[in-house]
Every structure is written in C-alpha cells, then in structure tokens.
Design a protein. Sequence first.
Length: 211
Amino acid sequence: MQVKRIYEKYQIMPQLVTHMLRVAGVGKIVAENWKGQCDIKLTTDLCLLHDLGNIVKFDLKNRDESKFGNIENIEYWQKIQQQYLDQFGKDAHDATVGIIKKAKLEKFVPYILEEEKLYFDEPREDKLNKANVPTIILMYSDCRVKPKGVVSYRERIDDLKARYGGVGSDTWYDWTYWFDQWMQKHVSIDLETINEAMVEPLFDELLENQL
C-alpha cells in the first residue's frame, strides 16, 4: 500500500503527515550518505510511519497554534483523537504501534520500540554500534524537524528543551551534543546542509512509497 493511502485510511492529521514527510526526507538523505551499510528504503519507510499515533498526545482543546499551526475542522480531529484514545490510550508510541499492526506492517514495530528506548538511554558508541542503523537515523532525523520546518540539530534540541521544560536527565542535553558529532562522522555529507529547501521537493515522491 502507498504511504499516502496509509495516511488517508488511518486519518492522520495533516500536521503529522507533514512532520513525517520532513523526517523521512532528512532520513533518506542521511541514509543515502551513510558510510556503512544501510537499507535506504527501510529507513525512509520507517521515518514515514514513526509518528502515526501522535494525535493522542495533542492538546486539541486549547488549539495552541504555536505548536500545531492552524487546525482546520478541529471538531473532526477531536473526534478522531477520541477514537484513538479509546483504542490505544494516551501513549503515542502505543498508538503508533497499534496503527502499524492494524496496517499489517509489523516489520517496523521493532524499530519503533528500539528508537523509543534508545532515545532516552543516551547511547554512546558501544550501544550505537549494536543498534539498527535505520533506528539511529530515525532518532537523528526526528530531531531535525520543528513544526515549521527542517532546522539544525542544535536548534531543534533547544526547541524541545524550551517547549517541554526540561530533558530526560541531567546528562541528556550534553549527550545530544555528542550524538550530533557522532552522526557527522558516519556520513559523507555535511549534515548542516540538509534544510527545508532540500527536503520539501521530496514530498510527492515519498507519498508514493510502496510499503
């Protein structure tokens, strides 16, 4: 099934669709320039699915446009949100895994679960060398996208700290600096050159991806 059909069938909010397209665009470019072995299609597809269930964590009652932009048909999306809350609860990863399973795309579930754990483990080289490359690239690419577009890794991390009022641990913020540098060593492209202008033209192609 095409990615765009998945988004339509499971009624994914436009804001989430755009976010996942941006993450997938970054992920595809990173995967194409990875110095070691990397499954480019798997990595790209994983990025296109990684936040399918995130509607469950949105505060759609307060309509905070600074986080989500202008949401049209808000009552409709509140209804869809409640349906997913009833099915999967408030945990966005549980909802994402649930949708992926409903779509019979179970092969992506281990990567989704691995990325969730890895992100808060503050992994150094020993753990990263054992992790799946698509998971690592997803973890990085997701931290290159703000609600309004692709930004530098540092800008996104600072944005997360400002928006959510803290980080997972006292050492997490320092670890993100290290991880940014580690990623740069493993690609043949200057990661800072990846921007919105490079990623946005990929959207139509990414929507056509066959899963």
